[in-house]
Every structure is written in C-alpha cells, then in structure tokens.
Design a protein around this ligand. Structure first.
Ligand code: ADP
Ligand code: G6P
Length: 499
C-alpha cells in the first residue's frame, strides 16, 4: 500500500466537484465543520481519505469565505487530515443562475427524465458558463503550482473539461457523470446540447454509472455531433480527439459500514431508536433514507405504503415505515413545494390510520404507519437504522446509482433484512438479489412489501449474503482503482507491483 500511495502522489490526484465534502459554520463564535449530504460526497470522501491529493469544490458553507480569511485551502477531514480541500468562491449570480438554475432546474430534471420540471432560462446558461469558468481558473492555477491528473465530477461542471483543454490541450482530464444520461429524444430539448457534448468529448476518459447511460450518451454524441464510435476499443472520436467511454458503477466503503454496524454504539442506538419509533417488539420496520428530492419517488412510496395497509389490514399496528429525509436544495421552489407535499401526505396517512385503530392491540393508539424524521443524522445513527430495519425501500423514479441501497446491504450484518429497489435506480443492475419494484405501481410495491415481510429467514439470509459478498468485492476502493487504471494512473490489473 505504501508504494501505491507514493506512486499516486507522483501523479497527484486533483478531483473537482461543485459540492465540498465539509462546510464551515460559525456557532457562538466557534468555527465548526459539518459533513455535507449526497451520494457524490459519500463516495468520494473515503477515496480521498485513502489516496490523498486535492479536492477543488465550491466553498458553500456560511462561514467558509468570511471566517476562514479568504484562505482557499484547508486540510481535511478536520479530525484527521489526509487531503487538501481547495475552495472556489462563486458570486451570487453564479450560484443562483449556474448552480440553482442551469444545474438544478435544467440539467438535473432533464437527466432524470422529469421533463415537466425543466425550467430553462437563457440567463441560467450564461451563469453556468461563468461558474464553470470560475472553476477552470482555480484548476489552472492549481496545475501551475504542480502538475496533476484532473478528475471532474458531475453535471455542475460539464463545461470544465473543455475549458481546461482549451488552455492546456495535453493535460489529462477525466470526468465521472454521477447521474443518469438521457437518450437523444429527451436530450434534444437542451438548447446547448452541442456545447455540453463538445466539452465532454474533450475528456480523455468519460465514465458513467451503467451501460445503459453510457449507451444513451453515445447515441447523443453520434446524433448531435456526428461523433464516431470505435466499438472495438470503446472510444468516441470527435474532431480528431479520442475519448474513452466506460461504465463504472460507483460504490461505498463496504468494510467501514459493516464494521460500523457492529460497533457497540450502534448496537446501543438500535434499542434507543426502536423505543423512539415503535412501541412493541413484534412491530416490523421498513426504512427509507433520502435527500428530499422528487427523483427519489417519495410521494409514490407513501402511496404504496398507504396501499399496503389497505390491501393487508392485518399489518396495521404491526408494521411501521420510518422515513429519514434530509432537506436539500431549499433555494429552489420545486424542492420547497415537494417538501411540503411530502409532509402533508405523511400527516394525511397517519391521521387516517389513527382513526382506524387496531382492535385488540393495546398499543394501537400509539402506532403510526409512518414515522417521519427530517434532517441530517450521524453515521452511527444511520447505521443503526439500517441494521434494525426489516426492509429498506428505494423507490427512485430515476437514479444514477443510489448509495442508500448499498449502505443498507453493508449494514445488514445479521443478514435478515430485504432490500426493495426501483428498477429505475442504477443499483438495481448490481443488487440482483433485491426485490425489484416499479415505483409507478403502488399496489405492486405493496405486494413486494408483503413478500419481503413474509419471506422465509433462510431465503432472506441467502439473498443478503450474496449481495454482501458482491459488495465486499465491488466497494469504493475497487471502483477508484478501476477508474485510475482506466486513466493510466495505476498499472493494469495483472501488474504485480501493488498490494
Ligand atoms: P444522492 O446521490 O442523490 O444524494 P444516494 O442514495 O446515492 O443519493 O446518496 C445519498 C447519500 O446521502 C447516502 O450516502 C446517504 O447515507 C446520505 N444521506 C441521505 N440522507 C441522509 C440523512 N438524513 N442524514 C445523513 N446522511 C444522509
Ligand atoms: C447528487 C448529485 C451530487 C450532489 C448531491 C447533493 O448526489 O449527483 O452532485 O452533490 O446530489 O446535492 P447538492 O445540490 O446539495 O450538492
């Protein structure tokens, strides 16, 4: 491992994303750090802890800029620093138009095929260009200090590869696209489809979560740019430049989650949480953990839970669904409305079932079908929820990967739980022992919930065991190494020189 670390530091890893992994806040004159939420940070922070290097990201914390003396660079993680975090300061127009506008209200709904939510304005595009240029300036400055390998992440920074290459044509640049890529019929609605594709095709390496997103991208590149696919070696050729395109499903620190779930703190938390949410030991528990994002299909999930108690009244008082939801992108109206709608629907369902009390059960009056907990929670608490849940329900209407599905499996050390995952989430391609659900079919999801609750222990164990073995071998470490091999930063697979 020592050799790997030093070889990598020779190559110097520079990753770039919009979201930073840790944010500053000022509380009673003390500067505190907080982890940020979202799959990108959950996956990449463990990678950077292991490999070291520099992470360039927007300094989004309320105190990031003012209190830290405009100092662009800090060592993180705060408790045990292993890598550098270099912040990009964005102007408010760039945040509003570039991040909240073009990224969150155009590219996000477009790539997730929620086309009704696309809210396009020309000025968003200009702000998005300015925001990407701001990142390019910092990346170029960083490279001037010392050469490195530039690895760009996600849809906020689609123009960055083209901008870096315009200044430094020989600079190696890779891009990982964390979210789905739509087919040409949907992508056509983006007025700047050519500009976005052209920038991405200046990359040397372009990575997607699944084969089907990769296929959609290739179709768009062919249709809108006339790019040529060299299918034999997986390159797209455009204007004399070859971009290698691959699918590399992202993952989690399996070992870390698995060990966390077995720690004494987590075991203690499980009892506390059980007492907090359910009042009888025989009550079975379902779990959802999500950013409060419309792509997660939360409303459809609640309808399915409602359908479940309608179809199977014997479970009233005997099954509770716990939903942990962290509010996200609160500056965007669609997200504020969605949050309200979810809260109202939870209340609605709980009210309805509280009046249909469950005869003969003494705790019926305290039972609620849905326990809704809003906000960010600590990793130990999260692991406790994952471990104690009889089933986890992932109902995304579209999702690049969905790491919650993998975190649940990694935390299921007793191998008793069942994963239900939407066929529209990237995770469904790998988690083949999950019960695959269609979020658009509430009665079908209700039936899958029943099936999970009534599945014999032996079958649950076998399914969970197979998924855990798969994840142990396909964790974030394996993912990062594979990507770095693709990029030529690590030697090919059969090389004996590492590990
Ligand atoms: P996305 O990338 O769209 O955010 P993922 O499911 O891939 O979706 O990743 C979500 C990440 O955010 C997971 O790592 C999960 O543990 C974390 N997360 C979600 N909700 C919470 C919460 N309430 N508190 C803390 N972390 C959360
Ligand atoms: C998804 C995206 C990430 C993003 C995260 C949280 O995981 O792929 O790029 O960081 O959601 O969203 P936010 O807007 O808070 O960064």
């Amino acid at each position: 491992a020592a050799q790997r670390e030093s070889d990598l530091s020779l190559a110097r890893l520079i990753i770039v994303s919009n979201r930073e992994p840790y944010e500053h806040r000022l509380v009673k004159n003390h500067l505190i750090w907080e982890r940020t939420s979202g799959g990108l940070v959950s996956a990449l922070d463990p990678m950077m802890r292991r490999l070291g290097g520099t992470w360039i990201a927007w300094g989004s914390g309320k105190a990031d800029r003012d209190v830290v003396d405009q100092d662009m660079t800090v060592e993180v993680p705060p408790d045990a620093p292993t890598y550098r975090l270099r912040r990009v300061w964005l102007e408010s127009g760039e945040i509003k138009g570039g991040y909240q506008g073009y990224a969150n209200q155009v590219l996000w709904p477009l790539c997730h095929l929620t086309l009704d939510r696309v809210d396009y304005r020309k000025l968003y595009w200009h702000a998005y260009q300015a925001m990407n240029a701001r990142f390019a300036e910092v990346v170029l400055g960083e490279l001037q200090m010392k050469p490195g390998f530039v690895w760009v992440h996600d849809f906020h920074l689609a123009l960055l590869p083209g901008m870096v290459k315009a200044s430094l044509p020989k600079q190696p640049v890779a891009m990982f696209w964390h979210i789905p890529w739509p087919g040409p019929d949907a992508f056509r609605i983006l007025p700047e489809r050519r500009e976005v594709l052209e920038s991405l095709l200046t990359c040397d390496l372009l990575m997607f979560q699944t084969q089907s997103f990769l296929h959609c991208f290739v179709e768009c590149a062919k249709e809108f740019l006339g790019a040529d696919l060299h299918a034999d070696d997986g390159h797209l050729e455009y204007k004399g430049h070859a971009t290698r395109v691959v699918s590399r499903p992202i993952s989690i620190g399996f070992q870390t989650w698995s060990e966390r779930a077995q720690s004494p703190q987590v075991t203690r938390s499980m009892d506390v949480l059980r007492n907090l949410h359910v009042f009888q030991p025989e009550v079975r528990i379902g779990l959802g953990v999500d950013r409060l994002d419309y792509t997660k299909g939360l409303l459809k999930r609640l309808w399915a839970i409602d359908a479940f108690f309608q179809q199977f009244p014997q479970y009233r008082g005997r099954f509770t669904f716990i939903q942990i939801a962290v509010p996200t992108r609160g500056d965007v109206e669609a997200y504020r409305r969605y949050r309200e709608l979810i809260r109202e629907t939870v209340n609605d369902i709980n009210m309805r079932y509280s009046s249909i009390s469950n005869p003969g059960s003494s705790h019926a009056s305290r039972w609620r079908p849905v326990e809704f907990r809003e906000g960010r929670i600590g990793l130990d608490t999260l692991a406790a929820y994952y471990r104690m849940a009889d089933l986890a329900l992932v109902s995304s209407v579209y999702d690049g990967m969905n790491l919650v599905a993998k975190e649940y499996v990694a935390s299921q050390v007793d191998e008793k739980g069942v994963l239900l995952v939407s066929h529209m989430a990237g995770a469904a391609e790998e988690m083949t022992d999950a019960l695959v659900i269609n979020p658009y079919d509430p009665e079908g999801v209700a039936e899958s919930i029943r099936q999970a609750l009534e599945m014999p222990l032996q079958e649950r164990r076998e399914r969970m065991h197979r998924m855990r073995s798969y994840l142990a071998a396909h964790d974030i470490r394996a993912w990062a190494d594979e990507c770095l091999r693709d990029a030529g930063i690590l030697p090919p697979h059969d090389s004996p020189s590492f590990e």
